[in-house]
Structure formats: C-alpha cells, structure tokens
Ligand binder design. Structure first.
Ligand code: 5GP
Length: 199
C-alpha cells in the first residue's frame, strides 16, 4: 500500500522554504540522509514501477544518488549516476550533454560511460527534485544518445508550479512524484490536491 504521506509529512516537519522558491531538505535528503526513510522511498518507487521491466536506474550526482540506490536495491537493478564535469575531462568513452542549472546559473556537462548504458537498457530515471526539468532533459538526452529506452521517472519532490513535468510529458514519459508542491505561501509549503494513488 502506498503511504501517501511519506514525503509530505517529512517536508512539513523539517523542510525550510528559502528565498527564490527553494525548499531546503538538508536534514533527511540533501545533506544528512535518513536511510530508513529513504528505504521507504525506494520501496515505493519499486512498487509503482514494478511492472515496467526496468533494467537500470539512472540519476545525477549527487543528491539523486541516495533515493536511486534505495530504489535500485528494492528493484534489484544497478544504479548509474550521470557525472557533472567540465568538458575538458570528457573522453570518447562517454555519452555527454550540456545542462543549464537555473539554481546555479551555469552550464555543466553531464556524462555517463558507454560501458554502463546502452540499447539493451530500459531505464527508470530517479531524482530528488523536479523543478525546471533541466536535469531531466539531460538524463533523457543521455539515454537517447545511448539507445536506452525510458520506462518512467520517479521524483521525490516535485515543484509543480515550475515547468519540469512538461519535459517528461513531451517525451511521453510517465512521472511519479511522491510529493507535489503547488506553491510556497509565506514560507509555508502547499501541496497539490491531485495526488492520486493508482493502486
Ligand atoms: P531542475 O530545475 O533541473 O528540474 O532541477 C535541478 C536540480 O536542482 C534538482 O535535481 C535538485 O537537485 C535541485 N533543486 C531544484 N529545486 C530545488 C529545491 O527547491 N530545493 C533543493 N534542495 N534542490 C532543488
């Protein structure tokens, strides 16, 4: 059974709304990690995507790695994280693409080794946040370059007032977010009312 409140409750208890529509969740997801909670997060992604014949989970370093690893453990598939690096260090052995970060206001290069992603893979994308969807764009592009197909996207916290979901929908990739934030109102987190349990 899906625990609808798993992520929402934690955000309400410990999340801090910062200027610029940024939610700080350093006490359990982005700095200190709560492994028991993360295991429940991983189990929930595994439950939801269990019928998709996923062969690999893919995320971006560093904050996507923790939820991705717990999902990978629950689904018994390997986890690969795209590395952020400067283009000078890229080689022929990697697929790479550029990603713009609105939070950092800079472009970075994302890369994965050709050894670990290929046309035999059916990938579940996992990330901690979905905001403007630039990270999502980068992951989708890396999968396309490698010939891997995408079976879905699992997001821990979606800021539904930003446009990230469109990036997945344009590619007909189903997004499953454990918490969907509709707005920050005077420093208070408001969740979307349309969270549906498709059990
Ligand atoms: P994007 O805009 O590409 O969807 O989000 C890029 C990345 O920025 C996310 O993977 C996440 O690591 C980070 N990010 C975006 N919005 C927030 C936020 O409100 N809080 C935190 N902690 N990270 C965020």
């Amino acid at each position: 059974m899906k625990d609808m409140r798993l992520v929402e409750e934690r955000i309400l208890k410990e999340g801090v709304v910062l200027d610029g529509d940024v939610l700080k969740v350093d006490s359990f997801l982005n700095h200190q990690l709560d492994p028991v909670w993360l295991q429940a997060v991983g189990n929930e992604f595994a439950r939801y995507f269990s019928s998709r014949e996923i062969t690999k989970i893919m995320t971006i370093e560093s904050s996507g790695i923790a939820p991705a690893v717990f999902a990978g453990a629950a689904m018994n598939v390997p986890v690969i994280f795209a590395r952020k690096q400067r283009s000078v260090t890229l080689s022929d052995n990697v697929y790479s693409t550029s990603v713009y970060s609105f939070t950092k206001k800079s472009v970075s290069e994302l890369a994965v080794s050709k050894s670990y992603l290929g046309s035999a893979d059916h990938v579940l994308l996992i990330d901690d946040f979905l905001a403007n969807g630039q990270a999502a764009k980068g992951l989708i592009e890396l999968c396309k370059l490698s010939g891997a197909t995408i079976g879905g996207a699992g997001i821990v916290i979606e800021k539904a007032f930003q446009k990230g979901r469109n990036v997945f929908e344009k590619e007909q990739i189903e997004v499953y977010s454990l918490a969907r934030i509709r707005a920050f109102e005077n420093g208070v987190v408001k969740f979307a009312a349309d969270q549906i349990d498709r059990d």
